[in-house]
Ligand binder design. Structure first.
Ligand code: SF4
Length: 328
């Protein structure tokens, strides 16, 4: 077995420490950071943090995007969801399977993670850790330096590559010991723990569930759009996304609009609407009223500009709309 490991480096304290502990035993470590369309802004900042952490640790960092096969897992996770649309067990198995491929490419002997027994309710329990390890095809090859003493020795420990006496027995959610270790190792480049995955967010999860229910062939653009704007469902195939501010209006304006129709307020200031599907006049009436509902437009006739290859103006008649009923 090679004295080289792949470390799953999220940029958070635990993964940075786990890497440092193994590095301090004279083992070469390559960092691996996963990005995803379900990363919150905070999680995206973690990506930058992972780069800074790898620089402080002096290691190579590989950045890998979770691809469309990840979407299939979220649609139908074998081990089910957590509290929201987070399929944490399947997600960990997915990442570790991808890590196994990188291990081969890098000629690395084992994997290091910052997992701490009992820190997370779904994926860091002893029973789920065992399932994840077995199903990823990495049984015995995953080393968790922070909690290693709560597990049987891994293969690199048995082979004498890693000295078990230099590993730890941390459990639970407190990070007191980790902060002490960060001081001891003089580490400063690490992010705050938790909270970066949109799949654990109830509002995002509601929109994702709606998308999967209505669109079996949803694209990456459909998914990226879930974190932008207010969403309204008009029928089985048609939904409206409304910008909440200038930044979101600009994003809706400039995104790849294949399968979507762009609708703008005409002659008044209001939000940009991006509509999945081709609305006929009856639906244009509703969409015009949704736009007017989120603007200060006082008039009875609402002019909207429809951009779908060509540009035209449609005039909708103002009427009362039960916006809560169509809100996703
Ligand atoms: S919180 Fe999100 S990224 Fe983390 S394991 Fe769960 S699904 Fe995967």
């Amino acid at each position: 077995m090679n004295r080289k490991a792949i470390s799953l480096l999220s940029g958070g304290l635990d993964s940075v420490l786990a890497t440092k502990i193994i590095q301090s035993q004279g083992i070469e470590v390559v960092g691996l950071h996963f990005t995803s369309p379900f990363s919150s802004r905070r999680e995206k900042e973690r990506g930058l943090q992972a780069i800074r952490s790898s620089e402080e640790l002096g290691i190579k960092l590989i950045i890998k995007e979770k691809e469309s096969d990840y979407i299939d897992i979220i649609k139908k996770p074998r081990h089910g969801y957590g509290k929201n649309m987070n399929p944490c067990i399947d997600c960990r198995i997915y990442m570790l399977k991808k890590t196994k491929d990188i291990m081969k490419e890098e000629d690395a002997g084992f994997v290091v993670t910052g997992e701490v027994l009992g820190q997370r309710p779904m994926s860091q329990r002893r029973d789920t850790i065992n399932i994840i390890e077995r199903e990823s095809g990495l049984a015995g090859l995953i080393l968790r330096p922070l909690s290693a003493k709560h597990f049987p020795p891994s293969i690199p420990e048995k082979k004498g590559i890693v000295d078990r006496s230099g590993l730890f027995d941390i459990t639970g959610r407190s990070r007191a010991i980790q902060y002490e270790l960060a001081n001891r190792f003089m580490l400063s480049e690490f992010g705050c723990p938790g909270g970066g995955c949109l799949l654990t967010d109830p509002i995002f999860s509601r929109k994702l569930r709606d998308l999967f229910q209505h669109d079996t062939s949803s694209t990456m653009t459909d998914i990226v759009l879930l974190s932008i704007g207010r969403h309204f469902r008009l029928n089985e195939k048609m939904k409206v996304i409304l910008g909440r501010n200038k930044n979101e209006n600009d994003m809706l304006f400039s995104i790849n609009k294949e399968g979507y129709t762009l609708i703008l307020p005409s002659g008044f200031t209001g939000p940009v609407a991006l509509v999945k599907g081709n609305p006929d006049d009856a639906y244009l009436n509703i969409i015009g009223n949704i736009i007017a509902c989120f603007s200060k437009y006082p008039g009875d006739m609402i002019n909207i500009e429809i951009i779908d290859g060509e540009t035209r103006i449609y005039t909708a008649e103002k009427k009362l709309l039960d916006i809560e009923k169509i809100k996703i």
